[in-house]
Design a protein around this ligand. Structure first.
Ligand code: SF4
Length: 116
């Protein structure tokens, strides 16, 4: 699903930082080198994950993405940004969760009042 910038993709790139930015640039340059990837205009590639039939992403990966000249860039971007929607080189991704802050055990929480 190498289409440029859906709002959620931009959010995913912000969350993943420099690695996703570099992968996005590589994908963007790869797109400039071809007319259009095989998934262009196929609405199944932009569906949310829960709208896909079981096995549909893998099927499209085998039948459509395996002929794609920019598959390498599509995979690299998707692995870095983990977009929350769409099929990317035959895969779907669940966004990474932001790390929860480490919980402090009650006896390890510093108390600034005790230092007075
Ligand atoms: S690998 Fe598949 S999803 Fe990615 S750009 Fe190519 S055809 Fe589209």
């Amino acid at each position: 699903m190498a289409r440029r910038d859906r709002p959620r993709d931009a959010r995913a790139r912000r969350l993943m930082g420099a690695k996703a930015d570099a992968a996005y640039l590589a994908l963007s340059h790869a797109l400039d080198e071809i007319d259009a990837p095989p998934c262009t205009d196929d609405p199944r590639f932009i569906l949310d994950i829960d709208q896909l039939a079981p096995g549909e992403a893998a099927f499209l990966g085998r039948t459509v993405c395996n002929t794609c000249p920019i598959k390498w860039a599509c995979i690299a971007y998707a692995e870095a940004a983990r977009p929350s929607a769409g099929i990317w080189a035959g895969r779907t991704y669940k966004p990474r969760k932001l790390a929860d802050p480490e919980p402090h055990a009650p006896d390890t929480v510093p108390n600034p009042k005790e230092d007075r």
